[in-house]
Design a protein around this ligand. Sequence first.
Ligand SMILES: [Zn+2]
Ligand SMILES: [Zn+2]
Length: 319
Amino acid sequence: MRGLLLASGTMSLCDDLPLPTARKGWSRVRVLQAGICATDQALDRGYMGFCGVPGHEFVGIALDGPLAGKRVTGEINAGCGTCELCRNHDSRHCKHRTVLGILQHSGAFAEQLSLPNENLVHVPDSVSDSAATFVEPLAAALHIADDVDLARHKRALVAGDGKLGLLCAHALALHGCNVTIAGRHPERLPLLPRGATLVSGWLEASAPKDVLPFDLAVDATGNSDVLPRLLALVRPRGTIVIKTTTERPTSICWSSLVVNEQRLIGSRCGRFAPAIAALANGSVPVERWIAARYPLAQALQAFQHAGTKGTLKVLLQIS
Ligand SMILES: [Zn+2]
Ligand SMILES: [Zn+2]
């Protein structure tokens, strides 16, 4: 089959990739569309040393399994199925998991992929193909609400006005937060949830010192320098949620975290059902963020476009 292959640090389009084989308890999916995300761009730069087909934000048609013939998207962590975590429905933390297009698992930038049956989720007609490619990142953004009592964290700051930052801002607004987003793209104000504020200069070394502290700060920058700055912007007993992995390590001074009794929470993937519901009722207008769609044959150009400054979402039309 045709797909985009990342091998020895080089991305290339291949026509002879092996089709996924039928496997008990797994479904094969014909991919319709897939979104290029910052993680894919990081993999391309060598993050995780990934070798294989990248891509984890997708919509497709299930070819077999219980949802055969239906339009689906899928949770990206595939656990071993037998360990205690997997038996308790927490395969996303299984020690032996693979992760679609990220860790030892062929991803969505190819004509077909395969996932365990229980990972696949039916996409209702009210969610378009393009919107469905946002289910995975929106689920990750909405996951903040699983770990933080947002009724007690109304004043929220989102660091980063990229795709994930915008999704986090919408996720928090859906839960009734007052959202300020600190970024570098003032032109993105119309893409924010109603009532949100967009500020610039807050993530730099020269950030203002007299800001009224926030209850909650969410890091969606992928920049390891930002975390120490966020600590100073959050009130005592407030919460900082880290949504992005970073390619470089960081060092922070624990003292202010301890003295102010702030909580630091790492946060990754979320449940798909709330994300599909939010897209189905139109509460997060993701289609306005799509900068371009490219056929799979032009996947390398698509990656180039996705990497140009100021570009939000670039989609690949796979089949
Ligand atoms: Zn992603
Ligand atoms: Zn397991």
